[in-house]
Ligand binder design. Structure first.
Ligand SMILES: *Cc1c(COP(=O)(O)O)cnc(C)c1O
Length: 555
């Protein structure tokens, strides 16, 4: 046990001196420990002649909300308490009077703390076994807990606790994406923001929505941003606001999420597919001219995987033919094209804030950005029952508004977006470097004048995609395919006469792409594990081939 107290009972000096806190395991063990470790934090003490006021507040020092307070007092001397583990509950212990020893165990490591002053608190993360002993006779120990009482969260037997830990470790995988991890990082901020909307009593529109709209417009370097219900409706209503409907043709890439085409068909216009670039999978601007007819009204370039489309030549063609350009920026929050933000490159841009997107809400949400306030007003009206004045409906609109609760979440997350995107870029560079020598695999390409935000890291593995995906899955690594069925081959478009064979590049993407885990909440260790498993797959194949050749020679 590491005794952190001193006989003079002056914890300030100990904390200020930066004594190592916690951890008696051999050096090097720390590396294998996953997650938060227990730690002492300072309790704010406000002193004046009347006495001391101590404050423990959830915030940066204790990054969770307290749901319950309890305390231990009148302890018989020599008593011990605790002797249980918590799977999810986090705790903050403060010894208000006297002293107590708290022993912790997690992942085979142990920690010992002696609390004997009220100006320090011990934060115990989730997943720890705890035992309290050595109470002084006058001990008074306060405990702040992150959850209300729930028996299912307790493990009351040490061997059961260790078994639970073993099972959890054995199931340790690299998830393709685990959105719950964001809670550990920003949960408290998000809860606070949501609570303030709940307390406000305003649940449609209002100041939080306006605040997000102006913050997001600023972020995208555009004049206007409109919060909407989802990304699909953002595309749809932008087309509608432009008067695009039956009889109009709209150019969309043949390789995209179906929403891009679906928005076109749902306004009654005709999607015209254009094949994509073989290296990036993005709308091939060189093929645009051949697709333009006298019915063409708009182009919807998709910054797929967070990688910007080559917009300058696209805009030149669009201007020459008087076409409306609507960026589908649903995967490209923060990406830049020649130092200009996606969302500011066309006439308007549709965003999705679906939870998995780089900027994601806690449910459905979307938005539109544009430079023209008149156009913004028209979209806003369409999204609000075709009405600007309550109960007066000027046109046939629909209901597609951004909820203030989602706006509050998005405002919090927008503050972190650049840091998250930077982490994605760092991880993408790591993959690009670590996987560059695998000949059977084609890594994602981008134009160096641009900064993609790596919504998806999609490699291409001709002929081996499904096999690699199965192997990775067997090794506990989650992957995804974006997207296995091209727009032209979707059943919903069976009657539309798209001929999939006319878009061979898009078809090859559908057959060959595999998305590797890449999210700011992944750890570098997890990415290294992905690289190891990918390499192991190709190494094993190379070995099999060598064995096959020598087998032949031996005949
Ligand atoms: C997610 C997405 C959409 C649709 O957004 P929703 O909010 O899910 O309606 C549209 N286009 C692309 C490229 C997307 O990735």
């Amino acid at each position: 046990m590491q005794n952190l107290s001193t006989s003079e009972n002056r914890p300030e000096s100990r904390l200020a001196a930066g004594m190592p806190m916690g951890g008696i395991a051999p050096a090097g063990d720390r590396k294998s420990f996953k997650g938060e470790i227990p730690r002492l934090v300072k309790v704010k003490i406000i002193s004046d002649p009347r006495g001391n006021l101590g404050v423990v507040e959830s915030g940066a020092e204790s990054p969770f909300n307290f749901q319950r307070f309890y305390f231990l007092t009148d302890l018989s001397s020599g008593a011990s308490r605790g002797g249980h583990g918590h799977k999810r509950l986090r705790q903050c212990f403060v010894c208000l009077r006297g002293s107590v020893t708290i022993d912790l165990e997690s992942q085979g490591r142990t920690w010992g703390f002696k609390l004997d002053a009220y100006n320090q608190a011990l934060l115990v993360p989730a997943g720890f076994w705890r035992e309290l002993s050595g109470f002084s006779e006058d001990a008074l120990v306060g405990v702040l807990a992150s959850e209300v009482y729930e028996e299912a969260d307790y493990i009351r037997d040490i061997s059961a606790f260790r078994k639970w830990e073993r099972e959890r470790a054995a199931a340790a995988t690299v998830p393709y994406l685990d959105l719950a991890r964001y809670n550990d990082s920003i949960g408290l901020e998000v809860e606070r923001a949501v609570r303030s909307v709940i307390a406000s009593g305003a649940y449609i529109g209002g100041p939080v929505v306006e605040q997000f709209e102006s913050a997001f417009a600023r972020y995208c370097d555009v004049q206007c941003a409109i919060g909407m219900g989802n990304g699909l409706q953002a595309i749809e209503l932008a087309l509608k606001a432009k008067g695009i409907g039956p009889g109009s043709e709209v150019i969309v890439p043949a390789h995209t999420f179906v929403a891009t085409a679906l928005a076109v068909t749902s306004v009654g216009a005709t999607p015209v597919l254009v094949d994509v670039e073989p290296d990036t999978g993005l709308l091939d601007v060189k093929r645009l001219r051949d697709a333009i007819t006298d019915r063409t009204r708009a182009i919807v370039p998709v910054h797929l995987y967070g990688n910007p489309v080559d917009m300058d030549p696209l805009m030149d063609i669009a201007r020459a033919h008087d076409l409306f350009v609507l960026e589908d920026a649903a995967q490209a929050h923060g990406a830049t094209y020649h130092n200009r933000k996606c969302g500011s490159l066309g006439d308007a841009a549709a965003f999705s804030f679906y939870p998995t997107k780089n900027l994601g809400a806690l449910g459905d949400a979307g938005g539109l950005t544009c430079a023209d306030p008149n156009f913004a007003d028209r979209v806003r009206r369409l999204a609000n029952y075709g009405s600007t004045k309550k109960y007066h409906h000027e046109e046939l609109g629909t209901n597609s508004r951004l909820d203030p609760i989602q706006a509050a979440v998005l405002l919090v997350k927008l503050r972190h977006l650049d840091a998250w995107n930077a982490r994605r870029q760092e991880y993408a560079s790591f993959y690009l470097d670590a996987l560059s020598d695998i000949e059977e695999m084609q890594l994602p390409a981008y134009r160096t004048a641009n900064k993609p935000v790596w919504h998806v890291f999609a490699v291409r593995v001709p002929g081996l995609r499904d096999e690699l995906q199965r192997a990775l899955s067997g090794a506990g690594i989650g992957t995804n395919v974006h997207y296995p069925v091209s727009v032209a081959r979707q059943k919903c478009y069976a009657g539309f006469g798209f001929q999939a064979e006319r878009f061979p590049v898009a078809e090859s993407f559908a057959r060959e792409v595999l998305s590797l885990p890449l999210d700011p909440m992944h750890t570098m260790q997890e990415l290294e594990q992905v690289v190891r498993e990918v390499r192991a797959f190709f190494d094993a194949r190379a070995r099999d081939r060598r064995v096959g050749v020598s087998g032949l020679l031996a005949q």
